[in-house]
Design a protein. Structure first.
Length: 265
């Protein structure tokens, strides 16, 4: 029998797919007299969010979050962090991400939910990098590294791996280019475009690593292809490398890119 699995749809394709999937099985196993379960409250919030009714979404998500629903807590964290349907409040965002991280740090990395738990650790790490002005949450580089390291190692999260690499490259202490390159490689191989760009720049120019111009240009090409509107720095690194690469290096890099894409078809 085909089971109703909207959480999997949400994890694979985002909030829109989740809301669509929940519509077919919104109140599976419930009765009208029963209080909606935390999951059902989350479903209601997801559908309201996608319909543009963010006030209703927040009410339902709050209900689910208060009763320990991790994905509701995560979504509220993202909404408060971005000012999405609520007034931006980094302290509240920090609190929701902390609830997810504290309760689910030991979840299996193979579960659908682990993606969101790892993202909560990454969000906390970013808050610890600079602290939150006007709050008791102070900048704490050691704590930031701890958050990124846990998500990078235990959950294998590529964003955490990238952020950890940047700390090894740019941090005020414990700089380690070898460790940075290792984490960048892991993230780049998972398609993390920022890691691809930084690793590509390092390899193309021989910065802190043995120079591999064609391999570096390959990573920069892949990063450039995935770059978004806010990624001008990636496009600039790619343009600079492409302009300075010989025809031979360009051809070899293009072969590497073709092989990369073929392996993922």
């Amino acid at each position: 029998m085909r089971m109703c699995n909207p959480i999997a749809a949400f994890a694979l394709a985002g909030f829109a797919a989740f809301a669509a999937a929940t519509a077919a099985c919104a109140f599976e196993g419930s009765t009208k007299k029963e209080q909606p379960s935390p999951f059902q409250a989350f479903q209601t919030g997801a559908r309201a969010y996608m319909a543009g009714d963010k006030a209703t979404a927040v009410t339902s998500l709050l209900d689910a979050a208060k009763r320990g629903h991790a994905m509701a807590q995560w979504k509220l964290g993202r909404m408060y962090a971005e000012g999405d349907g609520v007034e931006k409040d980094d302290v509240k965002a920090f609190d929701y991400f902390s609830q997810v991280a504290n309760a689910h740090a030991d979840d299996s990395p193979d579960t659908v939910q682990s993606r969101f738990v790892a993202n909560a650790f990454v969000a906390l790490g970013n808050y610890y990098l600079d602290g939150i002005a006007g709050s008791p949450i102070r900048a704490d580089q050691a704590r930031a590294r701890e958050m990124f390291s846990y998500a990078a190692s235990y959950f294998g999260d590529p964003d955490a791996q990238y952020n950890l690499a940047r700390m090894y490259l740019d941090g005020p202490s414990n700089k380690d280019a070898r460790q940075a390159a290792r984490w960048l490689g892991l993230a780049a191989n998972k398609g993390q475009r920022e890691a691809q760009a930084v690793l590509g720049h390092m390899l193309f120019n021989g910065i802190e690593v043995p120079k591999q111009s064609a391999r570096g240009l390959m990573w920069l090409t892949l990063a450039n292809a995935a770059a978004g509107s806010g990624d001008k720095w990636i496009r600039d690194l790619y343009d600079e490398a492409r302009a300075n690469a010989s025809a031979e290096v360009q051809a070899k890099a293009d072969d590497y890119v073709s092989a990369w894409n073929k392996d993922r078809d």
